[in-house]
Design a protein. Sequence first.
Length: 119
Amino acid sequence: AHLVESGGDLVQFGGSLRLSCAASGFYFRVYDMSWYRQAPGKERELVAVISSGGGSTNYADSVQGRFTISRDNAKNTVYLQLNSLKPEDTAMYYCNAKRLRAGAWENYWGQGTQVTVSS
């Protein structure tokens, strides 16, 4: 299994970015997909999650209304649209694939893409 994030960049306060996560090596469309982030000195936190079929999404309170998660199962890719960015959004953003199989969770992680927001 392989997840590759891209799209991270240095952006000014109030700017926008679109992160992508390309999946390979597993049956993407049966996995729930999430974006997490980790800032220096802080724990990794869940930002957004989308169900395997794309019909359900959830967001952290801190990004609700500013970030949008989506997926394209035909392209094995999940996206995170980041709008109205703030300096506190600065972090490494990670893509995660997860599903429950035979009573155990299967988890795959990407290497991350850096988002830096200047004030």
